[in-house]
Design a protein around this ligand. Structure first.
Ligand code: FES
Length: 121
């Protein structure tokens, strides 16, 4: 396994994304709510640059006690990343596609040490 330097930890601020070349592939490193995630910057749908998409909270349906629709709200716990090409949404923590569980982003391990962030390929 090889570690590829991404950037300094300070450079990857809250909500930001850094895309790095790692051999023949691009990997996107995303910091959201203090956590860092690394995914191949290639959407499993048709290859779009998924890591460059917006990150948004999951939209949840609100039901009343009789299970009647009561509106929508944004999740405080679950975030999605939205592919900029066709809008497929992926769970940021797991990489699984929200609309098709058979699609999943390829995830990479990250290492933080001595003020730097490295992706393991
Ligand atoms: S290529 Fe990502 S949604 Fe189509």
């Amino acid at each position: 396994m090889t570690e590829v330097f991404v950037c300094s930890a300070a450079e990857l601020g809250e909500g930001s994304v850094k895309v790095v070349a790692a051999g023949s592939r691009e990997i996107g490193v995303i910091r959201r709510k203090g956590q860092c995630y690394a995914y191949l910057n290639q959407c499993p749908h048709q290859g779009g640059p998924v890591c460059e998409g917006v990150r948004i909270p999951k939209v949840e349906t609100v039901l009343n006690d009789e299970l009647q629709f009561f509106g929508h709200t944004f999740s405080e716990d679950v975030d999605h990343i939205v592919c900029p090409w066709h809008g497929y949404e992926y769970n940021l923590e797991t990489g699984v596609c929200v609309g098709d569980a058979g699609l999943q982003l390829k995830r990479y391990e990250l290492v933080e040490r001595e003020g730097g962030i490295y992706v393991v390929i």
